[in-house]
Design a binder for this molecule. Sequence first.
Ligand SMILES: C[S@@+](CC[C@H](N)C(=O)[O-])C[C@H]1O[C@@H](n2cnc3c(N)ncnc32)[C@H](O)[C@@H]1O
Length: 316
Amino acid sequence: MTVGTDRRTAQSDASRALQHLWHDDEMDKVSTESCRTVAAIRAVDTEDASIEFEEPLAAWLAGADWVARIRHVKEASAQYRTGLISHVSIRCMAIDAAILNACKGGAGVRQVVLLGAGMDTRPYRLKLPEVAWFEVDVPAMSRIKQRLIEQAPEHLRPETTPRTRRLERVPLDLATSLDELRAQLIRRGFDPDAPVLYVMEGLVYYLSAEENRQLLEKLPAAPGSQVLVTCIPAALKKMVNDPSVQAQVPHFKVVAPSWKTDLDEFRAIIAHRWTITEEINVFDYAEHCGKKLARENTFIADQRDVTESLIHAAID
Ligand SMILES: C[S@@+](CC[C@H](N)C(=O)[O-])C[C@H]1O[C@@H](n2cnc3c(N)ncnc32)[C@H](O)[C@@H]1O
């Protein structure tokens, strides 16, 4: 057998193992679909050399079937490899920049907790050697991610070394076991007396208003702590619930019931304990970076109105 054949065989064996991993009975379908979809979107943008965006592990973590599906969607709308970037990748870039900024210098934050981590790869991508990184997700998702990282094919192995001081996975359902979060973090080396940066990318709209209220209220946060959170505008929530839109995009029927909290509701909730220091619409961020966003649906009149925003908030 040649070396090339060996490698292809190893990769297809690995891919089969990956498919098996995703069939976890404890895994909620919406969680699985949402985290694989966004990873696949980032993987497809990584394939486009004209977009300055790279996430080497994204394709592996999303799985070949999901990447093919997203590639097909972008091809069908004649946007594949045309330099148009998805809002998911721009959102990721905006958060990368905000994290690096919050952690930089002598006064920078030294611990980051990513809530609803999914297939995020920041601790493997961002050079943060002084930062302790904690990833929280439901237990089945944490387990799958750990195994995917361990089983990464040979050519990706160098990408699986964390670039943070430490990386800890915290398997926990924030909706049912929030009261355990503090102890679980401390057990893994979290310092409750030091400032922390919480990152919630693509999470809070899946939680109810009450779940968000509890979360924002109970997060252990010493003075100087910060939150970075993305949330969908009310216009997007309304659009996915519109039966005439659902007739054109049947997938919206699946996501509509799981998107519970919009930006207006979330702003009111976060304000009880945190002070919003900055809010940026991801569409505006793309323009600011000189990038053109891919159009996700042809019938959207104003893309900005239905694009997520990134909120940066702090605690005194
Ligand atoms: C849209 S994905 C986003 C993943 C990742 N932040 C990213 O942007 O690539 C949402 C993630 O939130 C997680 N999640 C949803 N509800 C959760 C809960 N109650 N507790 C912990 N994680 C949750 C899901 O399992 C999923 O991984």
